[in-house]
Design a protein around this ligand. Sequence first.
Ligand SMILES: [Zn+2]
Length: 123
Amino acid sequence: MKIAFKKLSSQPLHFEVNRDNAFFSGDLILIKSNLAQLNGTITGSISIPCDLCAEEVEKSLNEEIAFYLSDGIYEGFEEEMDVVEIDHSILDMEELLRSEIELVKSDYFCCKNCEGTSLDREF
Ligand SMILES: [Zn+2]
């Protein structure tokens, strides 16, 4: 699902995309001429390797997602904001979902078999 930035307005635009078993839905609202806000949730599940034994496990997702999208380079650094700059004025929702899934995957994760093992480790 691709959305042209110029289609966004102050009326929330609903989107829904999925990737494998992950489901991403939410709303896009234009807040400035080149800045939009995304509020959404990611549900479903992803297959993720355990950090300890590398076994792929299905992890259920329930992530609240909120960030800003800038059409081109974002230059207003007056506020602490999580801003994603988009290319060619097109929002690629699958790509956004893919990068959110990568973020989840980069978090520490261990499977049920390994749970507790790391707690015994001394650092
Ligand atoms: Zn494991």
